[in-house]
Each structure stands twice: as structure tokens, then as C-alpha cells.
Design a protein around this ligand. Sequence first.
Ligand code: FAD
Length: 371
Amino acid sequence: MVGGGIGGLACALALHQQNRDVTVFERRDRIEGRGTALGMWPEALCALDAIGLGERVRRTGVAQQEMRFRRSDGRTLARLNVGRLERRTGDLPVLISRAALISLLRDALPSALVRTGQPVGPADVADLCAEYDVVVGADGIGSAVREARFGAAHRPRYSGYSAWIGMVPSDGEVSQEIFGRGRKFGVTPAEGGLTNWYAPIRVPQGGLGDDPMVQLRELFGDWCDPVPSLIERSAGAEILNYPIRYLAPRLPSFVSGNAVLIGDAAHLMTADLGQGACQALADGVALGTRLAKSPDPEPVLNQYDRERRRPSQRVATAARLLGAFTLRPGLSNLRDLTFRAAGTLTRHEPRPSRGANTASASVSDTGVRTK
Ligand SMILES: Cc1cc2nc3c(=O)[nH]c(=O)nc-3n(C[C@H](O)[C@H](O)[C@H](O)COP(=O)(O)OP(=O)(O)OC[C@H]3O[C@@H](n4cnc5c(N)ncnc54)[C@H](O)[C@@H]3O)c2cc1C
């Protein structure tokens, strides 16, 4: 296994639980996660259930009931009742920090199986393939296994936007995305009374300034609550600069000989649908459980490619389209109209009576600003 991130650890765990030999090569000195809160949707929770971690993730994280879409002046465009999913799938999405998810995966795997401080370069891949029955490229965005097996033409491309992301103590925030021209501000709760926020901004590659607070205040300082207060509470805390990228052209196969790709190595996608880690878990568990049961890896690798490539590539395409639609300045009005229409069409809750005190005092359920 090359890469001890979300997909690699999940795949290694699926193999180890069936008593199959597995070694994880991780370039970093420690297995730990930084950064954003991740939304675990039912497909990912199902994969986590298969490796015995679903309940722990549900207990650790925060269940997501609702997602709001608003304009920067506070007007609600749409509310997505995520609770409906529970009626269909029996599960609500769970928001959990990357650090907590990585810890749960890492702690479930015997540490002797993980070799940290071991970067694998493209030139090492042929030797690994000769030594091991299967080499899984779970090495993320700049995958060495992908480069060795599929060439440098399939590489991460810049989406046209980069995000500042941060995490602050703040309990009870509602999950929401707030739209402006060429930028948006997302808020999701995470475990332990933390709130995760992300602020994608259309800029040329490398174009986010050096001082996040200066830029965040300038671009979002006059937006509706809770944007300015989350920004101000982030002063002095770690704020990450994240260029958003996707893989292009997409791969014709996830398998080359006895090497196979999972997660971002296989289908790096923009963050717009919050699905990259979910897909990495689905890949890792599907591959690991099947490999563990079969004495012959070849048909398993082909089956994995048939079952996982098209669906995950479709999710990547959808995420990219959504990113373009929500962030292209010329489409702002159309975007707001579309979300508003979608909000109206999917609204099913009774309207609150006039003067009723809703959860958000400043925004009515009908999309009319009452502040
Ligand atoms: C702002 C933002 C928000 C996001 N929000 C969500 C969300 O809400 N829900 C969601 O599902 N996804 C989300 N994602 C996407 C998600 O973070 C990734 O898709 C996911 O981490 C991919 O998992 P992975 O295992 O493929 O790669 P990673 O988790 O990146 O792991 C790759 C591992 O390989 C190691 N490695 C790399 N190169 C080598 C090498 N040459 N040799 C050895 N080791 C190597 C790395 O150190 C790392 O440990 C978001 C992404 C961003 C940027």
C-alpha cells in the first residue's frame, strides 16, 4: 500500500481483518490528519461499517440534518433537508474532522504494518510491483504510482479557485454555503464543539494573498452572520491555503498490471460535493474486502475497475460542474435563481406562521430576508 491516508488505511484494514499480509508505505513521519471537516455520506458510512468503524465515526462526529444555501446578504435560497436521506438509507451524513477520521483508521491498524517516513517515487514502483502480489496506489493528489503506470499526462489541474480553510471553537452552527460573486463561504460543524469553515475564491493559481486575515476581511467582512464572526475568531489560528485541483484527463483504467489506484490517486476531484474522502473509503474497502477473499488478484482488480471507475469519475465530473456553476462570476444570478427554484420545488415543511421564531432569526423559511 503506497500512502497511509484515508483510502490507504481503510484498504489496509480491510485486508488485515481477513488475515492478509499488508504493508503501508507512508512518506510522512507520522500518520495524522490536518485540515477540514469531512462529510461522510451513507456510501462512506457503509464502507466504514464493513471495516467495523461505522459506529465509532457516527459517535465521534456530528450528524448533519440540514444544509442551507444563502446569499451573502443573508437571504436563504434553499434548504436541503438531509434528514430525508435517513428515511431512504437509514443514515444521516456525519461530519467529522479529518484528524479524527485518520486517528480512528490508524488506531485500528497494528502500527507494525505501517512504515512511516518512507516516500515511494515513480522509479520505485516497478520494484514494488515485482516484490508484492498487488501494489495499491493510495498516494493522493500527486500519486507516484499513477505517474509510473499512467504517465505524467494524467495530472492534477488547477480548477481556477483556491480555498482558505479553518476550524474554530464554535458550537451549534448550521451547515450552510453562502454565495457571492466568484467566491463562497461554507460552514459545517465538526465534533468537540468545533466549526469548520472554507472559503473558495476564484483566483489565478498561487493567487491567494500571504495574509489570510487581510483577504478574508476584505472579501467577506460585510457578509451575513456567521461569516464575519467566524473569520474574526480565526485570527491567530491555523488557516490553510488550499488550491483546488482535479485529475485530467481522467484515467482509462484504475488498474495497470498488478498496480491499482484508489482515492485521489485514481480520481482527484474538486471539493464542491464533499465526496473525495467518501469515494476513497468506498474504493479502499471494496478493493480490500475483495482482494482478501480471493486467492487470485487479477479478476478482483478487473472487477474493482468495472465497479468503481465510472461511478467515481461521474462524481468527479459533477463536482467540477457544480464548482464552475457556483463560482463563475458571470453565472451568479443564474446560480441564485436555480438554487431558489430548487429550494421552492423541494420545500416540504409547512411554512412557519407569521412572526414565528425560527432557528435562524434573520432568515425566513420562504427565502424572504427579515433582518
Ligand atoms: C477543502 C477540502 C474539503 C474537502 N471536504 C470533503 C468532504 O466534506 N467530504 C469528502 O468526502 N471529501 C472531502 N475532501 C476531499 C478529501 O479530503 C480527499 O479526497 C481525501 O483525503 C482523499 O483520500 P486519499 O486516501 O485518496 O488521499 P489522502 O488522504 O491525501 O492520502 C494520501 C496519503 O499518501 C501519502 N503519500 C503521498 N505521496 C506519497 C508517496 N510518494 N509515497 C508514500 N506516501 C505518499 C500522503 O502523505 C497521504 O498520507 C475535501 C478536500 C478539500 C481540499
